[in-house]
Write a protein that binds this ligand. Structure first.
Ligand SMILES: Nc1ncnc2c1ncn2[C@@H]1O[C@H](COP(=O)(O)OP(=O)(O)OP(=O)(O)O)[C@@H](O)[C@H]1O
Length: 531
């Protein structure tokens, strides 16, 4: 037996090829769903973040009858991809345009590459990309795989044609081993939930059984896009600071560095932070020792008077679009939504939005249906390990007037942040961060108060209405008595008067109470025997 261990190093591509479940590719059903998600999310990031109303085409076809190999295609009308970056964007793990402080669905630079790695493990066809950047005279196409050992793209085919129609956007097709029957409900759910939160998008979806669904655009109002910002001083660590300093000019002082590179730091704040760190404000930042850097980070973390992180890099959906999406998808009796004020955790800004839909066509069940979203991505798997679920579970709905054992309620929570604390690279559940948890709870409570008002008003209205409706049953008797009095003993006249009085009184009450067809039926059932 050898006591010597053998040390080697592997590339990031090799790592994710060996551990596909870390990125959500744990079995064929899940992988099919995950690959589709990565393509759809990239397509949406290429559109709404750039104020383009998204039009997406999603097609899944079965291409092999022996093995369950499917071709997934997602086509968008986004900004396209510059041809020189296409090979790396699709063939180099941890390569991204989203490593900036701005809210996007993507953040790791991994998603589509993890899908390519999974794809090439079980079949031999490369990924196909066709893209036309905005204002490009040409449309470019590529076929590529990933060299797993080197973490590099291997290009099989590339070329370009004249972009005659002057269109822009990207179409990506990939072949993967899937399991449609087991993935089907999740994929449909994913598309439906994406549509709820992006009612300004249109989706064409064709499944491998040939079924086609078209989700039309419900509005042309698009949420204001996120803006890129500088880091907040609370969010720094020594490594980040070193990295930022390495890009500065030699003559830059500590004070100038703080003002130039961080958000919300002016002359006065910079001076105070440097003093707190016990440093000379005019010292050249590149000359700081490790110990001084550590002191500076401590001061930045402990300085009490920074402004809160700017919400500018965030892009909320807004209560009107949330309500629109929920109304369209659930046809509820009540819908309401709130967008909370920006908050921050560890220097990262975040905003929580909550939508509630109640009654109407919502299927009652023991627990409310929870729709979880992070940066406009619906989270479908791992529901029970998510902080949103944890908070919803703790809410006592009876306090908000929901008395039923079976609740017809949908609770939608959207967290947007420049850094969503996902539990894994597969982005399916959000970790319990105290500040976020508290804000989700406050958001649900705020939204629930309006629901409570609605329910109690509805109940009061129903009771008043019921009472008034019961009065209707006295109309025949009142008409009969009055008619005898008015007809002065003439029987044939009396019955005519009685009929007229009855109709008039009925009309009067029906108009006053604004009684609808179905309530009239109810009234008929109250009618008492004529004396
Ligand atoms: N349809 C598309 N349109 C425009 N750019 C795209 C498209 N698909 C991919 N890209 C580019 O390729 C890059 C890599 O995508 P990838 O899915 O690997 O990572 P990501 O979206 O940046 O992050 P994450 O791993 O969190 O999804 C993106 O950052 C984007 O710049």
């Amino acid at each position: 037996m050898s006591l010597k261990e053998k040390f080697t190093s592997i590339s990031p591509a090799e790592f994710f090829k060996r551990n596909p479940e870390l990125a959500g590719f744990s079995n064929p059903a899940r992988a099919m769903y995950q690959a589709l998600r990565e393509l759809v999310e990239n397509a949406l990031d290429a559109t709404d973040v750039h104020e383009i109303l998204p039009s997406l085409k999603v097609i899944i076809e079965r291409t092999n009858q022996e093995k369950e190999i499917y071709r997934l295609t997602v086509e968008d009308n986004g900004i396209g991809i510059p041809p020189h970056v296409v090979p790396d964007a699709f063939g180099r793990v941890l390569y991204s345009s989203k490593y900036v402080l701005r809210q996007t669905r993507g953040m790791y630079g991994l998603g589509v590459k993890a899908a390519v790695l999974y794809s090439q493990m079980y079949q031999d066809k490369p990924i196909e990309i066709v893209t036309a950047p905005i204002n490009s005279k040409r449309t470019y196409f590529f076929k590529l795989k990933i060299d797993v050992t080197k973490n590099e793209p291997i290009i099989y085919e590339r070329g370009s044609v004249f972009n005659e129609a002057g269109t822009h956007g990207t179409a990506v097709s990939m072949y993967i081993l899937g399991d449609w029957m087991r993935a089907k409900s999740r994929i449909y759910e994913y598309i439906k939930r994406t549509y709820i939160i992006t009612p300004y998008a249109e989706f064409y979806f064709k499944d491998p059984e040939g079924n086609v669904i078209f989700y039309p655009r419900l509005t042309t109002k698009i949420p204001p896009p996120p803006k890129e910002v500088k880091p907040h001083p609370y969010g720094v660590d020594i490594e980040l600071l070193k990295n930022m300093i390495s890009r500065q000019k030699d003559e830059m002082t500590v004070r100038e560095f703080l003002i130039k590179e961080f958000q919300g730091v002016g002359e006065k704040t910079a001076q105070s932070v440097v003093e707190l760190a016990g440093l000379d404000p005019d010292k050249k930042v590149k000359k700081l020792s490790d110990e001084q850097l550590s002191k500076l980070v401590d001061a930045m973390k402990n300085f009490p008077d920074f402004r809160s992180p700017s919400p500018e890099p965030l892009s909320i959906i807004g209560s009107d679009l949330i309500e629109l999406g929920l109304r369209q998808s659930f046809n509820p009796e009540y819908v309401g939504a709130v967008t909370r004020r920006p908050k921050a955790y560890q220097g990262h800004p975040f905003i929580v939005e909550v939508g509630l839909a109640y009654g109407g066509d919502i299927q009652p069940s023991e627990e409310p249906t929870v729709l979880r979203y992070a940066n406009k991505i619906p989270l479908i798997y791992d529901e029970k390990s998510d902080v949103i679920w944890k908070v919803v579970e703790e809410i006592d709905w009876k306090r908000y007037g929901i008395e039923e054992e079976q609740i017809p309620l949908v609770v939608m929570v959207h967290l947007c942040s420049t850094k969503v604390p996902y539990k894994s690279a597969g982005k399916e559940s959000i970790a319990d961060v105290e500040e976020i948890e508290k804000e989700i709870r406050n958001g649900i409570m705020e939204a629930s108060r309006s629901l409570k008002t609605f329910i109690s008003e509805k109940r009061k209205g129903e009771e008043t209405r019921k009472r008034l409706l019961t009065y209707l049953k006295y109309i025949p008797e009142i008409s009969r008595s009055l008619s005898i009095f008015m007809a002065d003993g003439k029987k044939d006249v009396a019955s005519k008067i009685q009929e007229e009085l009855k109709n008039k009184l009925m009309d009067l009450v029906i108009t006053r109470l604004n009684i609808k067809e179905q309530d009239l039926e109810l009234f008929k059932s109250y009618k008492v025997e004529e004396l």
